[in-house]
Design a protein around this ligand. Structure first.
Ligand code: GCO
Length: 413
């Protein structure tokens, strides 16, 4: 079977901090400008999407895609604790309106890694009252935007800090982390600096799961009536040898959030690769396997495995809210999309309730600590002029979206 169900969502995703530019009131902006910093370069103008969103959404629609997943930025909406910016909220109303004008379904993420600096200065997610603050931001935002939202996620990859404890391809120098944290605290005149990326996974997880459920209630209280879920990072975890720690890893990293998603309207999964787990933990890439620009294995089959893993644990609809590959060779991206989607069709044939495929990413953008080096975009962005150049992979995915099936490669040309 190469066809997809009617109404299947086809889209591309971005996140505010990675594309908007000049997110100066965020915790990450502070960290990017510390010395030393973990960031290879600062985000600065990013893709200037804050001003170019209308053209970008038009471009997405012109490719044939029908869904745009993006995040709204807490640091802009609540620049000081308890003070909300109506002009920032109006901006996101215009983004949502641009989606509707172009026949594009907007999927909104309320939190995609970045926080207001004041939130970090209070200790961030590790603090007990963090959830109250997040829920208030969600309430205020949906009051202004809810009538235009079609689908929303509370958090993007809230299980990432737990995953980072395990994965071996992220080599974060601890002394830089400490020095950067101390400097960030001084920079904003706070006693501590609680950043999502670097937080204590256990504390963070408990607070965020509770916050997810409360935020979901707030988002569902209207205006508007849209499904609310959570998007988790979910990789293809393979056990290697005897006494592999794979099951322990899954229990820590995935199970708590899959349980939370079971009590939500949908689950979003974000899959990039496989991880081999031995008796001591992650083993890293297998020698000889092609690597992406992120240093992990090129492994499109991971999507099918992750979908099956999730479907065995949750009864709610599943969206692929991110799948993609960092590469300079766009033909590898086309191959990656083709192979990943092959897996999705097999899952659909087995009755798994997959409702959409959202590619990461619409644009080449700011890949967090790695800066602008990794290229995940369907569309290239000139770093000097901000000019957009559509890559062949964008046309490939757009054609699949238009036909709602995987045509022969030859047809694409
Ligand atoms: C994440 C995020 C994205 C990334 C993407 C590529 O998974 O970290 O949701 O912001 O840019 O996954 O690494």
């Amino acid at each position: 079977m190469t066809s997809f169900p009617p109404g299947f969502l086809w889209g591309a995703a971005t996140a505010a901090h990675q594309v908007e530019g000049n997110n100066v009131n965020s915790d990450l902006w502070v960290l990017e400008h510390c010395n030393p910093t973990l960031f290879e370069e600062p985000s600065l103008d990013a893709c200037d999407h804050y001003h170019r969103f209308a053209d970008d959404i038009r471009l997405l629609a012109s490719l044939g895609l029908n869904t745009y997943r993006f995040s709204i930025e807490w640091a802009r909406i609540e620049p000081e604790q308890g003070r909300f910016s109506v002009s920032a909220l109006d901006h996101y109303r215009r983004v949502l309106a641009a989606c509707h004008e172009n026949g594009v379904t907007p999927m909104v993420t309320f939190y995609h890694f970045s926080s207001p600096r004041w939130f970090a200065g209070m200790g961030g997610w590790e603090k007990r009252n963090a959830g109250d603050l997040f829920v208030r931001y969600c309430e205020r935002s949906t009051r202004h935007l809810g009538d235009l939202i079609t689908s929303a996620s509370t958090f993007n990859e809230p299980n990432l800090p737990m995953l980072l404890r395990w994965i071996s391809n992220v080599d974060i120098p601890f002394t830089t982390v400490l020095r950067m944290g101390r400097q960030a605290s001084r920079a904003i005149g706070a006693g501590q600096f609680g950043c999502f990326f670097l937080g204590d996974g256990d504390k963070l997880q408990n607070h965020m799961i509770a916050a997810h459920h409360r935020a979901m209630e707030a988002l569902k209280s209207g205006p508007g009536d849209y499904p609310v879920g959570v998007n988790i990072t979910l990789q293809d975890e393979q056990a290697v040898g005897q006494n592999s720690k794979r099951d322990k890893k899954c229990a820590e990293v995935y199970e708590p959030w899959l349980a939370a998603a079971s009590r939500s309207d949908f689950l979003g999964i974000q899959t990039y690769t496989r991880c081999r787990v031995g008796k001591k933990g992650d083993l890293g890439p297998e020698p000889g396997v092609e690597l992406t620009q992120m240093g992990y294995e090129y492994w499109p089959d991971a999507l099918e495995v992750s979908l099956r893993y999730a479907a065995a644990r949750v009864r709610v609809p599943i969206y692929i809210t991110e799948s993609g590959v960092a590469t300079d060779d766009d033909s590898r991206r086309i191959d990656f999309i083709r192979q990943s989607l092959g897996g999705v069709t097999r899952c659909l044939a087995d009755g798994i309730d997959v409702r959409g495929y959202i590619h990461w990413s619409l644009l080449d953008n700011f890949e967090w600590i790695y800066g602008y080096r990794p290229k995940f975009g369907l569309i290239a962005v000139n770093r000097e002029t901000q000019e957009r150049t559509v890559k062949p992979s964008a046309h490939y995915l757009g054609e699949i979206a238009r036909q709602n099936r995987i045509p022969d490669l030859a047809v694409i040309g």
